[in-house]
Design a protein. Structure first.
Length: 367
């Protein structure tokens, strides 16, 4: 019966879960009919190795309205501000010490927003380079059809073998958690965002109480999306015009990236963790087990094989987006096991009191 349940779950995921597996939509380059002023806010802490090309790509945006890039140097110790260079469009703010109760990135964003006056604010990370047409394309989507916030999952770095094996799955699982079609449906409760690129109307940010309203959130992008969607519409898609240049050359680097925030996604709940592990086992491991142990002439074998084929098929569009061999889809249950183990490690770190750490800042564990 458990094999049949796994099969039914995959039928639901394939046909009724917002077409998450299609790895869409993606904005095409466009020019807006009107071009309001935009302030681009870049929070940066110890990003000297990456910040130069990021700022260069932002100051080179082909946009008819006024553009100002505000780099918030969040107490960097590596010369991030100097590495950013100089440009008429660039303003560098030295960040104030982080007050208690604030997440570091959100404190930097709040300072940037306070220094901003434009009707549109573009939050972007310090590891993302942008095509010159990117801002114009985002503004076009913000206005047609009108939404309060536009966010994109940028193309992640995928050059080392660990990245090629594991990074497309990160995007795939994100789509599974936050089906883009449901996020973009104003009648659906689902809300999500990818913090690498977020274009938001100042009036919408003011309506939710500003960045301060979500100041302690570690999953800041999704928290922001939920707050904005309560009183407006949002858009989430993939980006063909922005890419992350942050490398994850080793498997350990990707493990740490997942373990840093996975338990936060589960609201630090042991019950949710147990449910998640059981759910992952049902979705990813039952079908391979049926293939291996069901017997060639049993219905369990063939139903498991069909379920496994559906799962593999659902991963192909994401692999195609990242230009990776289709054969990697066969390893999806093993990849899921890696992500599940990193999620459990995230919980263990929290219970040990180490919690999440990023850029030499610890965000706490269980008391």
């Amino acid at each position: 019966m458990i094999v049949a349940l796994s099969f039914v779950i995959w039928l639901y995921l394939l046909f009724l879960h917002g077409n998450f597996w299609r790895s869409a939509p993606e904005l095409k380059p466009a020019v807006p009919h009107t071009a309001p002023d935009v302030d681009i806010i870049v929070p940066a802490r110890d990003e000297a190795a990456l910040i130069g090309p990021v700022i260069a790509s932002l100051t080179a945006q082909e946009y008819q309205g006024k553009v100002r890039v505000i780099l918030v140097d969040d107490n960097s110790a590596d010369g991030t501000a100097a590495a950013a260079g100089q440009h008429p469009r660039l303003t560098i703010l030295k960040g104030a010490p982080k007050p208690p109760g604030w997440a570091g990135k959100l404190w930097a964003l709040a300072q940037g927003a306070e220094a901003s006056a434009a009707p549109l604010i573009f939050f972007t990370d310090a590891d993302i380079v942008h095509d010159p047409r990117h801002l114009a394309t985002l503004v076009t989507r913000l206005n047609t059809p009108r939404v309060d916030m536009v966010s994109e999952m940028v193309r992640l770095n995928c050059s080392s073998w660990p990245e090629r094996f594991l990074i497309p799955a990160f995007v795939y699982f994100f789509q599974l958690l936050y089906p883009f079609a449901q996020v973009n449906n104003p009648r659906a409760r689902m809300a999500g965002a990818a913090g690498g690129t977020v274009l938001i109307r100042r009036e919408a940010l003011r309506r939710i109480g500003g960045i301060e309203a979500i100041k302690g959130a570690l999953i800041d992008d999704v928290t922001l999306a939920r707050a904005v969607k309560k009183g407006g519409s949002i858009y989430l898609g993939h980006s063909g015009l922005a890419r992350s240049i942050r490398p994850y050359p080793k498997t350990r680097d990707i493990w740490d990236m997942i373990a840093r925030s996975a338990f936060t996604q589960l609201n630090y709940s042991a019950l949710i963790l147990i449910g998640t592990v059981l759910g992952l086992a049902l979705v990813w491991f039952v079908a391979p087990a049926a293939i291996l142990f069901g017997g060639l002439f049993s219905w369990r074998f063939w139903l498991g094989l069909t379920t496994y084929a559906i799962a593999v098929y659902s991963y192909l569009p994401t692999l195609q987006r990242y230009e990776q061999p289709r054969v990697l889809a066969l390893a999806l249950p093993g990849i899921a096991a890696f992500y599940m183990a990193a999620t459990i490690a995230s919980a263990v770190n929290y219970w040990r009191g180490t919690g999440a750490t990023w850029k030499s800042r610890a965000y706490g564990g269980a008391a």
